[in-house]
Design a protein around this ligand. Sequence first.
Ligand code: DAT
Ligand code: MG
Length: 153
Amino acid sequence: MASNDRTLIIVKPDGVQRGLIGEIVSRLERRGLKFVGMKLITMSRELAEEHYAGLRDKPFYPKLVEYITSAPVVVGVVEGPNAFQTVRDTIGATDPLKAAPGTVRFEFGISIGRNLIHASDGDESAVREINLFFSPDELSSWSRSTDTWILED
Ligand code: DAT
Ligand code: MG
């Protein structure tokens, strides 16, 4: 079991502005995921363009970069079994109108361009994005006293 898989999440500007940092972080914690890094930053245009480099040719790209750099975000690294898939399942489909009930994007969103949270979509993108936002000394490996009640051996 890859219980120490890591993935990146970003509570986007709408999530921060709407006072939903705690709600979103709480849902990931409740799932059993463990935060090993977290900080509030305002993304520079350079960082946003690097982060969303794969979407450069999309028609919505300029607005996406504008939005993600418009106000502070909370960026975090979570750890847990199949981390990226577990987080993606918890947040729901990209378009809140298509997200499954119970997911973050369904519960709190209504517009694809205001979908509250980013999460890496694969093991490779997780590594790339974690390295883009965090230096190694900003991440903590720690054992949680409740781990045996959340994770099987
Ligand atoms: P996700 O964030 O679910 O990984 P993505 O990587 O395809 O989705 O796109 C990144 C963000 O870009 C997404 O969270 C919201 C925005 N976006 C995606 N598709 C869009 C579209 N068709 N119109 C407007 N914004 C879109
Ligand atoms: Mg994506």
